[in-house]
Write a protein that binds this ligand. Structure first.
Ligand SMILES: Cc1cc2nc3c(=O)[nH]c(=O)nc-3n(C[C@H](O)[C@H](O)[C@H](O)COP(=O)(O)OP(=O)(O)OC[C@H]3O[C@@H](n4cnc5c(N)ncnc54)[C@H](O)[C@@H]3O)c2cc1C
Length: 350
């Protein structure tokens, strides 16, 4: 990624990047996901942080200098939102920013920081101050010389093993200019949720597509052996193909919607848009899992085995992270009120 300058594609040209839009970024996540799920997820998380910096930094400020440097040096940014025992409760932080003049310090039980040790910097949520409510959060960037990571647990997981999502205590210090100039609430709704959910979905679609590729290769080989007669499991391939189409459709529809209102903050924070972006995550993860399952059913034992050219075991282990990466249950219960309040649209295109 560094060799191809992929880490800075979404930085505006005037800051040294390529000015790529969200569709390009999500497509790269998809392409990476077809080869390596963890690489795609690392890229998706890094790009979500970049999107926050690009959209919410101040012209000529500390973060824009960082973006210039990131383009030159192809720096990799990690993300810290999960904290303590609160799981994926992103909109609450425990650890506060402690201020001493313009100096700041943060000590955080960061339960999971993917590629924490490999990253050049960490973008973390924090409580604005010791007096602030847990929902009064800021987003702050610390670079490697600013922090120490005390490793609390490793990452021996079922799948997504390459994300190296280890547990750390993060002890950081820096200057107040490293805090993004707007509240995390604003960043969360306008950028973090839509970009994270789109980029993650792109990565999951890539994993699903790769599994469908294997299933197709299996059916072709079986048909070749049988003199052109399709095996009975070909109907599972059709089902896998159908659900991959649904998955791609979900992502493209959400991308179009986000791009059409990207410069309209009022539309971005609307309940309707936030609900659609949250449901994108839930739906994309569920459809991705069922796509990989259909690919597995197509290949049968050859898909189940780890030692076969048609194995989809790794795809399956990787994709099972998607419903729990910010639990679908949590998201569904968070937006339950919106589902009660919102009516059913009067027309299909509403
Ligand atoms: C591959 C991977 C990489 C990750 N990388 C990072 C990273 O770099 N940085 C980071 O900060 N975090 C990262 N995370 C963590 C992620 O963002 C979530 O915080 C985490 O997956 C949630 O963990 P949990 O299931 O223990 O927590 P919880 O969200 O607390 O869920 C625990 C259980 O409670 C249930 N539950 C929770 N809320 C409700 C509810 N309201 N109603 C009903 N049931 C509910 C869930 O279904 C689940 O079974 C990563 C996760 C994965 C899988």
């Amino acid at each position: 990624m560094r060799d191809e300058r992929l880490l800075s594609v979404a930085v505006p040209r005037e800051l040294g990047g390529e000015g790529a839009g969200i569709s390009d970024v999500v497509d790269i996540c998809y392409a990476l996901g077809r080869s390596c799920a963890s690489a795609a997820m690392v890229y998706a998380m890094h790009q979500t942080k970049i999107a926050c910096l690009v959209r919410h930094s101040r012209a000529g400020g500390w973060h824009q200098h960082l973006l210039r440097r990131l383009c030159r040096e192809q720096l990799l940014l990690a993300s810290s939102t999960t904290e303590g025992q609160k799981g994926g409760d992103v909109r609450n932080s425990s650890a506060p920013i402690v201020r001493n003049g313009t100096d700041i310090a943060l000590e955080r039980q960061a339960t999971v920081i993917s590629y924490g040790e490999a990253a050049d910097g960490i973008v973390t949520t924090a409580r604005r101050s010791a007096e602030a409510a847990s929902t009064d959060q800021v987003l702050v960037v610390f670079l490697k010389p600013d922090y120490v990571l005390e490793r609390l647990a490793g990452w021996d997981a079922l799948g997504m093993r390459g994300t190296c999502s280890e547990d750390f205590k993060l002890v950081a210090s820096g200057s107040s200019e490293q805090i993004l100039p707007v509240s995390y609430e604003e960043i969360h709704t306008q950028t973090m949720v839509p970009v994270a959910h789109l980029a993650w979905s792109g990565a999951w679609a890539g994993i699903a597509a790769s599994a469908v590729d294997r299933a197709r290769a299996f059916v072709r080989k079986a048909a070749h052996r049988a003199g052109g007669t399709l095996p009975p499991a070909a109907s599972h391939l059709t089902r896998a193909d159908a659900s991959l189409r649904i998955l791609r459709g979900l992502i493209v529809t959400a991308l179009d919607r986000f791009e059409s209102i990207a410069i309209d903050p009022a539309a971005l924070v609307s309940v309707e848009f936030q609900t659609s972006m949250n449901l994108l995550k839930v739906n994309a993860s569920e459809v991705a899992v069922s796509t990989v399952m259909s690919a597995m059913q197509t290949c049968g034992l050859a898909g189940y085995r780890n030692d076969s050219e048609f194995s989809v075991g790794r795809h399956f282990r990787d994709i099972l992270s998607s419903p729990i990466m910010i639990s679908n249950d949590r998201i569904l219960s968070n937006i339950a009120t919106a589902s009660v309040v919102n009516g059913v649209p009067r027309s299909l295109r509403d």
